[in-house]
Design a protein around this ligand. Structure first.
Ligand SMILES: Nc1nc2c(c(=O)[nH]1)N[C@H]1C(S)=C(S)[C@@H](COP(=O)(O)O)O[C@H]1N2
Ligand SMILES: [Mo]
Length: 406
C-alpha cells in the first residue's frame, strides 16, 4: 500500500469516529449567505434521512451513507444514498402520471396509467443492489473529478412493481431491438424547459430479465420522492445510473441508446488499461455493464475500541453485479492471512449477500479489518486501488476499518 493511501485511510478512520459526533452539523449546517439554486422542495431531499448521512454535493444532491449505516439487510429509505443529476420534479401528478412505451423498435406506442400497470400486469418484489458507478471514486490516485464517493453509494432495498418485460411484450418488441432507454421528469440544472439531464438504458437482453422492474413501491411503501416517486425503472447489478427515477417513458431502440450520459465518457471506462493519469480519446471507451465484485464491513464502525480476549463478530454485505458472491474472507493482518466468513445466499438474484465472521485479536494494539469477496467466476476484489480510469468509476478495492484492542 502506498504511504499516502495509508495516511489518508488512517485520517478517514479518525474522521469516521468523529463523524458520529459531528454528523448533525455536517448534514444541516448551511453556510451563511447560502443561496439555494434550487427550489424549496429540492432542499427537502434530506427530509427523513439519517443525520449521519454525508453530503458530497447539494447542487445537485449527492449524499452517501457511512459504511456502518448500511448494516441492515434491507436498506431503509433513511439510509439510502442519493445521486441526483438534476432537480427533483417540482410537481408530481400521480393521478395523471403515465408511462409511455415508444421508440423505433416498439411495434406500437403504448401509454399506461399507474392504475393500468397495477391492474394489467402481475406484481413482483425483488431486493436489488443499486451501486453508483462512481462509488469508491475518492480512492483513486491521481484523483478524478466528480462526486468523491467513499463506500456509501450503494443500497439494497426491496422494490415492487411489474416486470419491464411484460410491458415491453404488451407493446410488442421488433426483431431489430437492441437497447432500451429511460426518460424521467427531473429538471435540468439549467432549467431549460424540456432539456434532459440523464437518459440511460441497457441492452434489450438485460431489460428482459425477470428482475428488471418498473416499480411503484420501495420497502412496501410509496417510493420516496428523492428516489423516484411515483415510478422508477429498477435494474440490479449494473451502475445505478441505469435505474431511471421519476420514470415517464421507455424507448425501445434499434441502436445503443444515445440519451444524455450514454455518450461521451459518462459511465464508461477505457477499453484497454491506461496508466494512471492518462485520458484516451472517446472512441477508446466502453460502457460499464455488470458491476464488479465488492463488499462492505457494516459492523463495527471504524474506530471501534475492543477488549482483549473477547471475540468480535464482524459483519457486512457482498455483491457481484450480475454474478453471485461465492466466498468472503477477512484479514486482520493487512492481507497476510485470510479467514473465511460465513456467507449467506442472496434473497434473490441481484440482491447483496450478508456475511459474518468471528475475529480473535492476539494482542493489544492497532488493527485493520479487511474484507475481500470473490465472485462465482473466481474473481476477487483487489486489495488496493484497481485499474485507474479517467472518470473514476468502479473502484471495488477491499473495504477496511480500523479497530483498537485496549
Ligand atoms: N431521472 C433520473 N434517474 C436517475 C438519476 C437522475 O439524476 N435522474 N440518477 C441516476 C444515478 S447516477 C444513480 S447512482 C441512481 C441513484 O439512485 P438513488 O438516488 O435512488 O439512490 O439513480 C439514477 N437514476
Ligand atoms: Mo450514479
Amino acid at each position: 500500500m502506498r504511504e499516502n493511501d495509508r495516511r489518508r485511510f488512517i485520517k478517514q478512520s479518525v474522521l469516521g469516529t468523529l463523524g458520529t459526533i459531528l454528523s448533525t452539523e455536517a448534514v444541516f449546517a448551511i453556510p451563511e449567505g447560502y443561496t439555494p439554486l434550487f427550489f424549496d422542495n429540492d432542499r427537502d431531499a434530506l427530509k427523513g434521512k439519517s443525520t449521519e448521512m454525508v453530503v458530497l454535493n447539494d447542487r445537485p444532491w449527492n449524499v452517501e451513507a457511512p459504511a456502518h449505516l448500511l448494516d441492515d439487510t434491507v436498506t431503509p429509505a433513511e439510509k439510502m444514498f442519493i445521486r441526483n443529476n438534476g432537480i427533483v420534479p417540482e410537481t408530481i401528478d400521480v393521478k395523471g402520471w403515465t408511462l409511455t412505451i415508444n421508440g423505433e423498435s416498439a411495434m406500437t406506442k403504448k401509454v399506461y396509467t399507474l392504475e393500468d400497470l397495477k391492474k394489467k400486469f402481475k406484481a413482483h418484489t425483488y431486493q436489488l443492489t443499486l451501486e453508483c458507478g462512481g462509488n469508491g471514486r475518492a480512492g483513486y490516485f491521481p484523483s478524478t473529478s466528480g462526486n468523491q464517493w467513499t463506500n456509501g453509494g450503494v443500497s439494497c432495498a426491496e422494490w415492487t412493481g411489474v416486470r419491464l418485460r411484460d410491458i415491453l411484450e404488451d407493446a410488442g418488441i421488433k426483431e431489430d431491438a437492441v437497447y432500451i432507454g429511460y426518460y424521467g421528469k427531473d429538471i435540468h440544472p439549467s432549467r431549460e424547459p424540456g432539456k434532459v439531464v440523464i437518459s440511460r438504458g441497457v441492452p434489450i437482453k438485460k431489460a428482459l430479465e425477470e428482475e428488471t422492474l418498473i416499480a411503484w413501491a420501495m420497502n412496501g411503501k410509496d417510493i420516496p420522492v428523492v428516489h423516484g416517486y411515483p415510478l422508477r425503472l429498477v435494474i440490479g447489478g449494473w451502475p445505478a445510473s441505469v435505474s431511471g427515477k421519476w420514470l415517464h417513458t421507455i424507448s425501445i431502440r434499434n441502436k445503443i441508446h444515445d440519451g444524455p450520459k450514454m455518450t461521451g465518457k459518462s459511465y464508461k471506462v477505457p477499453i484497454n488499461p491506461v496508466e494512471p493519469g492518462v485520458d484516451p480519446p472517446e472512441d477508446q471507451f466502453r460502457i460499464i455493464e455488470s458491476m464488479p465484485v465488492k463488499s462492505l464491513i457494516t459492523y463495527p464502525q471504524t474506530g471501534a475500541m475492543l477488549a482483549l480476549g473477547k471475540p468480535l463478530q464482524v459483519r457486512g454485505h457482498a455483491w457481484a453485479g450480475d454474478l453471485q458472491v461465492k466466498q468472503l474472507e477477512v484479514s486482520i493482518d493487512f492481507g497476510a492471512t485470510w479467514q473465511k466468513a460465513d456467507l449467506k445466499a442472496p434473497k434473490n438474484r441481484l440482491a447483496w449477500q450478508h456475511w459474518t465472521a468471528e475475529l480473535t485479536f492476539p494482542k493489544l494494539g492497532y488493527y485493520e479489518v479487511w474484507a475481500r469477496a470473490t465472485d462465482s467466476k473466481g474473481v476477487s476484489q483487489p486489495m488496493v486501488m484497481p485499474q485507474w480510469n479517467p472518470e473514476g468509476y468502479i473502484n471495488n478495492s477491499c473495504h477496511r476499518i480500523a479497530v483498537k484492542v485496549v
